[in-house]
Design a binder for this molecule. Structure first.
Ligand code: SF4
Length: 297
């Protein structure tokens, strides 16, 4: 895989997907949205209201790209200096895909000052592990599987490490600005989502889920077990049924919490005296889509 390649894909039915139009799927980001606040899910997945990216989100996207490019290099070159050199081309690639992101900064100097702050995240990454000792099977892997219930799950795994013995480790880099204690439950939910998808795809429960918090230089590891993933599958089915019920009726209720401070749609939220737009109906074709910015939480 090269740094500029499209993300890898692993799916139970790649050939079928080519023939059939993409159908609604649940991603970890959208499932978390619905759990957190059904109205937030509606704004993002149904109304698809634009959200202004924050500099922290964009920096996260750049750092994810740097780490993906780093693992495309020969092992011996995966050193801090090389990683820092990858920041500028990664930002250029992100900006090419989303030119409007350049408008977040007053001028080139402001953008350069902001870009320099990614260096600290990269240094914290190197304090947590030595990438010269790792050979991931894939980075930015798009995984997709269908549960027995017919629910389609889709998401991106930041990195997949597979030991010669076949043991799987799922790695996720966390680069967001929100305090870690707020995001931790959400992050574990996301990791269980990937563990379930990989278990269903490969028949092996991942041995370890590893969250690397690059804003505070800490890592959290977690070992899922089969019984837990079976329960989690039921949870996802229940969330999807609740989404479909709300989708039919248009009844997506606000659920105010501390996380409202990070919600772009407060001005439209009845919990904050706003008025949502008229319900547009259930979307086609894919309310489960998540963006690179979602993945850079
Ligand atoms: S402001 Fe809070 S309650 Fe309202 S939509 Fe956003 S997350 Fe939900």
């Amino acid at each position: 895989m090269t740094a500029t390649s499209a993300p890898s894909t692993e799916s139970t039915s790649d050939s079928e997907r080519v023939r059939r139009p993409r159908r609604p799927a649940l991603s970890p980001s959208r499932a978390s949205d619905f759990k957190q606040c059904p109205l937030l899910y509606r704004f993002r997945a149904v109304d698809r209201l634009p959200e202004k990216a924050s500099p922290a989100q964009v920096r996260g996207t750049v750092v994810h790209s740097v780490l993906e490019r780093l693992f495309a290099l020969p092992r011996a070159e995966r050193v801090p200096d090389r990683a820092h050199e990858l920041v500028a081309p990664s930002w250029a690639a992100v900006r090419e895909e989303r030119p409007e992101l350049a408008e977040l900064f007053a001028d080139e100097q402001a953008a350069a000052d902001w870009l320099a702050t990614s260096g600290a995240l990269i240094d914290r990454y190197f304090a947590l592990e030595d990438p010269r000792r790792l050979e991931p099977e894939a980075c930015e892997l798009l995984v997709e599987t269908e549960l027995e219930s017919g629910l389609l799950l889709r998401g991106y795994v930041d990195r997949l490490d597979v030991a010669p013995t076949g043991e799987i480790r799922v790695v996720d880099y966390k680069t967001g600005a929100a305090p870690r204690e707020i995001g931790e439950a959400k992050a574990l939910f996301q990791m269980k989502f990937y563990a379930l998808v990989l278990w269903r795809l490969r028949g092996t429960v991942p041995r370890q889920l590893r969250l690397m918090y690059l804003t505070d230089g800490q890592a959290l590891t977690y070992a899922p077990d089969e019984a837990e993933l079976v329960r989690f599958e039921r949870t996802l089915d229940a969330i999807w049924q609740a989404i479909l019920r709300a989708g039919r009726s248009g009844d997506f209720r606000p659920n105010p919490s501390r996380l409202c401070d990070w919600c772009s749609h407060k001005p439209l939220c009845p919990a904050f005296d706003g008025t949502p737009p008229e319900y547009p109906g259930w979307p086609e074709p894919d309310p489960g889509e998540e963006s690179a910015l979602d993945r850079a939480d």
